[in-house]
Design a protein. Sequence first.
Length: 241
Amino acid sequence: MSVSRTCLCCVKYLMFIFNLIFWLGGCGLFGVGVWLSFTQAEFSSLPLSFPSLSAANLLLVAGGITMVTGFLGCLGALKEQRCLLFTFFVILLLLVLTEVTLMVVIHIFHDKLDSKAQGELKDGMKIYKSDPGLEKSWDNVQKMFKCCGVTNKTDWYDVLNGTLPSSCCSVGTDQCVDGWSEPCYQKARQWLLDNIPSVLGFGVCIGVVQGAFRVFGRMTCSFTKRQLHYEVLESSLLLIR
């Protein structure tokens, strides 16, 4: 076996192994998204801007794209198809750019994003009594997190004519007067940060692996191109002989 073939074989299987890890990472992200969706199923009638719901959808999308990208990379590496490897590289590049852009946007505009999300939740509260699904979701949120309102319990005063829903108080309270002091938006956000710290570390690992994939992707394409060149050259020499 020639040196070029040996190098190509090594890079090919390294590329496959890394893509398999990448695909498994996508499965992990998707799985966390599914778990989060199931745990937040009782809040499904709330706007998607609710912290845990938006995180669940983001993880589902990111996990799905990562799984598809990893599959294309595995297939391209095994089949040595430059078209698949090129598609994998383009998707991976777009994925990295999207992640970086999203991180920058969240870091710069997190206050505005929080305000917009809180505004959407407050607007949704206005149909609390006319929408049974929304009423149940809000009651479940407030009972689970022991919170009241979006940013303050006074958010309910305009909706319920100066009163609070019973879910703002302890179970068994006939008439809720004081209510929980902590706002639901902050409680849900803190719950998310407390329960998914591993996802952040996992995301960093995925980013490192993505960088390695870009290197291996270039190497594989380069070796594949050289191998094709050598094969053509060898065929030409045989014809001359």
